[in-house]
Design a protein around this ligand. Structure first.
Ligand SMILES: C[S@@+](CC[C@H](N)C(=O)[O-])C[C@H]1O[C@@H](n2cnc3c(N)ncnc32)[C@H](O)[C@@H]1O
Length: 258
């Protein structure tokens, strides 16, 4: 796997998201962007008789798009501060690590995971998502990535400062490669660009002043390539960054011959 990982994150995701939970829903444009949420919804294509699992459900920003449209909507997460907001939008919330899902094999029609794999042990969570999906079930992922080799180093540095709980850093091609390894098929991948105000996410409640200074510095000192690729704009008080997200849909093979 090409994915860049760090062995030990500086803080645990539980502590990070506990601090951030209150402001989470307005901490980035992508969190509440209706165009992005509808794209995910279309990719999932859930039906009224289906069982859906939202992995790293957070405050339920994705789940709420499916409320009342599926037969059963489960959310899994490790952070109480986040999931207490998701309770209204799900049928059942389970506090559990996604690396060890407390479900039997082959029960979900859909697993969806937005912006949570970067905090997880990938081999374990991929194997678990595969295990709990029914044969023919769909997996839909949506995550921030670098654009490619030209911006990777600076993107990963900023991502690390932005969220010290992050374990994994992605390039767009990483997801199809990873999912093929876990015997998913019919992979489809789409890019989505989200224009983000640095001030908006830098003040989400869990970035210390030291790191906020380092982030602004990283943008100011970034290479011409990075600034061009990310369409970086400096205003008197803010910095704007066009970040890349990758959406992937994959199917759990029905049989080994698929
Ligand atoms: C950036 S938030 C994304 C929330 C939601 N999916 C969304 O799109 O708004 C990441 C979530 O993943 C959860 N998380 C991190 N590591 C996890 C793990 N190993 N197992 C389950 N949830 C985890 C965090 O607690 C947090 O709520």
């Amino acid at each position: 796997m090409l994915i860049t990982s760090v062995l030990l994150a500086r803080v645990s995701p539980v502590n990070h998201f506990q601090k951030r939970a209150e402001k989470y829903d307005c901490s980035s444009e992508w969190v509440h962007d209706p165009v992005l949420i509808n794209k995910i919804k279309d990719l999932v294509g859930a039906g009224p008789d289906e069982y859906l699992l939202d992995i790293g459900v957070g405050t339920g920003k994705i789940s709420r798009a499916f409320k009342g449209e599926v037969s059963c909507l489960f959310g899994v997460d490790i952070c109480m501060g986040m999931v207490k907001q998701a309770r209204l939008f799900t049928d059942k919330i389970i506090l559990s690590y996604a690396e060890k899902l407390p479900f039997k094999d082959n029960i979900f029609d859909v697993c969806v995971c937005r912006q949570a794999l970067q905090f997880m042990r990938l081999e374990e969570v991929c194997s678990e998502m595969h295990r709990v999906l029914k044969p023919g079930g769909r997996l839909v992922l949506c995550h921030l990535t670098a654009y490619g080799e030209g911006d990777k180093k600076e993107t990963f540095l900023i991502q690390k400062l932005r969220n010290p709980a992050r374990k994994n850093f992605f390039l767009p091609g990483d997801f199809p490669e990873m999912l093929k390894k876990y015997k998913f098929s019919d992979l489809k991948s789409f890019a989505y660009i989200t224009r983000e105000s640095v001030n908006q996410w830098i003040n989400h409640g869990a970035i210390c002043e030291d790191d906020r200074v380092k982030i602004r510095e990283a943008y100011r000192k970034a290479s011409g390539d990075f600034k061009r690729i990310h369409k970086i704009q400096f205003s008197d008080t803010d910095i704007f960054d066009s970040m890349k997200m990758v959406l992937v849909r994959a199917i759990k093979k029905k049989s080994r011959l698929d």
